[in-house]
Design a protein around this ligand. Structure first.
Ligand SMILES: *Cc1c(COP(=O)(O)O)cnc(C)c1O
Length: 395
């Protein structure tokens, strides 16, 4: 099949909810993807921050192949060693706490919301969760209600109640929004979908932590995009030396296999007793094996170190370019999560990059979002940067 054949077949049968690029990929190798016609692309997108170790990372491939031949599913009526070991490692990373394993980001946030509500139910019947404008927390009805972007809500009302939105990066607004009903504050440390928005207030996250401590609220950090090393630390919150009560992970956790996790402090997780939550596929052994291999690959710190170094290099090049290029308004981000804010719509530029063999993402209208693999080399960073420079120049 050609790219066009696959696109036509997909359009004939799939619900048309994605504004897809007209390319069908066949295989991947490290930082590169190959389409069905054999054309090679440098991947600065990683399937939305998912394949953070690059494609076909050998130890992940091995772990999945071994597990898929042994056991693919037993349900949570029983245990498997692989998911027990994964939960134990995640708990350790968090510094103690209990893990709920599920299959996606929205499900991880849904679990976090349920934990917060159940925790609040026995603490004065509190239920309201403060979230931020411009946030993204998922597409299920509750996570949609938590998402501070009106355009995603249209046509899906009535949405679940119990969410109150405040401007991001505004500590006073969060403080003023706390009411008797408030149980938690849920925030992305760096907004991803919203355009790679890094808080300008260095004290924002620690301020939220203090506010939560003062008012007996839970701090929930949605690290579905920023987590698992994307910003150069395993959890992005480590940059600000704060610790949430609940953190959610998904995207990069399974290196491409669907898996999500909500991790809560022991005292908070204690409210989740038998029968209060569940997922048939949650803690799936194959997805767990992939996630274990990912955690092991990050263990010695060299991938995170590379993420910081090559990410800084790429951001430095982009900032230098921005100095002489009026089409760029701002370059922002952390590690391998970089937003290039343009003076125009980003999608045509993402399209032009694709035609030049570089995959980047357009988000929030005018932001080119770069999410390269954490193990990208300097040479590959240069290769991608050169394409971006050329495309911007001729735009
Ligand atoms: C992608 C994302 C989600 C939703 O994850 P899904 O796996 O698509 O359900 C939630 N929060 C953040 C911050 C995300 O980037």
């Amino acid at each position: 099949m050609t790219n066009a054949d696959v696109v036509a077949l997909a359009h004939s049968a799939l619900m048309d909810v994605y504004a897809c690029m007209p390319v069908a990929f066949e295989r991947g190798e490290g930082a590169y993807l190959f389409d069905v016609e054999g054309r090679r692309y440098l991947d600065f997108f990683c399937g939305l921050a998912v394949t953070s170790l690059g494609h076909a990372y050998p130890s992940v491939v091995r772990a999945v192949q071994e597990q898929v031949g042994k056991l693919t599913h037993v349900s949570n009526v029983f245990h498997t060693e692989v998911s027990a070991r994964l939960a134990s490692k995640l708990s350790l990373k968090f510094g103690g706490g209990k893990v709920f394993l599920c299959n996606s980001g929205a499900e991880a946030n849904e679990a976090a919301i349920k934990v917060a509500r159940r925790w609040g139910a026995s603490r004065g019947g509190r239920y309201e969760i403060i979230t931020a404008h411009n946030s993204f927390h998922g597409r299920t009805l509750a996570t949609l209600a938590a998402t501070g972007q009106q355009r995603y809500h249209v046509g899906f009302e009535p949405l679940p109640l119990g969410f109150r939105m405040v401007p991001f990066d505004d500590l006073d607004a969060a403080r003023a929004a706390v009411r008797d009903e408030t149980v938690a504050i849920m925030i992305e440390p760096i907004q991803g979908e919203g355009g790679v928005v890094v808080p300008r207030d260095e004290r924002y996250l620690s301020g939220l932590r203090e506010l939560c401590d003062q008012r007996n609220l839970l701090l929930i950090l949605d690290e579905i995009q920023t987590g698992v090393g994307r910003t150069g630390k395993f959890f992005a919150y480590e940059h600000w030396q704060v610790k949430p009560d609940i953190v959610t992970l998904a995207k990069a956790l399974g290196a491409g296999l669907p898996i999500g996790a909500a991790i809560a402090r022991d005292e908070v997780a204690a409210c989740m007793t038998h029968g209060t939550h569940g997922s048939t596929f949650g803690a799936n052994p194959v997805a767990s094996a992939a996630a274990l291999a990912v955690l092991e690959a990050l263990e010695d710190g060299s991938v995170l170190e590379n993420c910081t170094q090559v990410g800084n290099y790429l951001m430095g090049e982009l900032k230098a370019l921005a100095a002489g290029e009026t089409k760029i308004r701002e370059v922002r981000g952390r590690g391998m999560m970089i937003g290039v804010v343009l003076d125009r719509e980003a999608r045509p530029l993402a399209q032009a990059c694709l035609e030049q063999g570089l995959i980047v993402n357009a988000t929030a209208g005018n932001v080119l979002r770069l999410l390269p693999p954490l193990n990208l080399t300097i040479a590959q960073a240069k290769e991608g940067f050169e394409i971006i420079r050329r495309v911007l120049k001729s735009a």
